[in-house]
Design a protein around this ligand. Sequence first.
Ligand code: HEC
Length: 153
Amino acid sequence: MKKVWIAASVFIGAVGFNAAFAKDGMTHHDNHQHEMHMADTRISLGLPAQMKQHQLSNMREHMEAIKSITGLISENKFDEASKIAHAKLGLTADMQAMCNMFENKNFKSLGLAFHKSGDDLGDVLKTRNMNTSLRALNKTMQYCVECHATFRQ
Ligand code: HEC
C-alpha cells in the first residue's frame, strides 16, 4: 500500500512539475487550449437536487464498501468481505430500483453491470482465493472508473 502512495505522490509531483514548466513560454492560444482541456465534457444526467444528494450518499457507501472489502481481504476474512460485496455492491432490489430510475440508457446498463460485478465479486470471495478475489475487485472498480469518466450529475 505504501508503495502505491509513493507512486501516486511521485506522479502528482511530476504533473505539478510539468504544469509549472509548461507555463514558461505559454501563449494566449496555449492558455485557451488548456482551459478547453479542463472543461468537464462528461455527459450530464440532469438530476434534480434531491436525487443528487441521494446518489452521492449512495456513492460514499460504495466507497466505504470497497474500503472494507480490501481491509477484510488483507486479513483473510473472505466470508465477511463476500457478505459486504453482495449487500453493498451487489444487485439488490434497492439498487435495481435505483438504477432503473435513470433515463439515460447507457448509464442504467453500466449501473446494472456494475452491481452484477459486485455479486460476482461476492461469489469469488467465497472461494477464499486471494488472486482471483483481487482480480474480481479490480473488475468491479473498473466500473467505478469508467462511469465517473463518462457521466456527471
Ligand atoms: C454507473 C455509474 C457509476 C458507477 C458504476 C459508480 N459511480 Fe460513483 N458516481 C457516479 C456519478 C454520476 C457521480 C457524480 C459525479 C459528478 O457529478 O461529478 C459519482 C460520484 C461518486 C463519489 C463522490 C461522492 C460525493 O459525496 O461527492 C464517490 C466517492 C463515488 N462516486 C464512488 C464510487 C465508487 C467507489 C464506485 C465503485 C465501487 C462508484 N462510485 C461507481 C456514478 C457512478
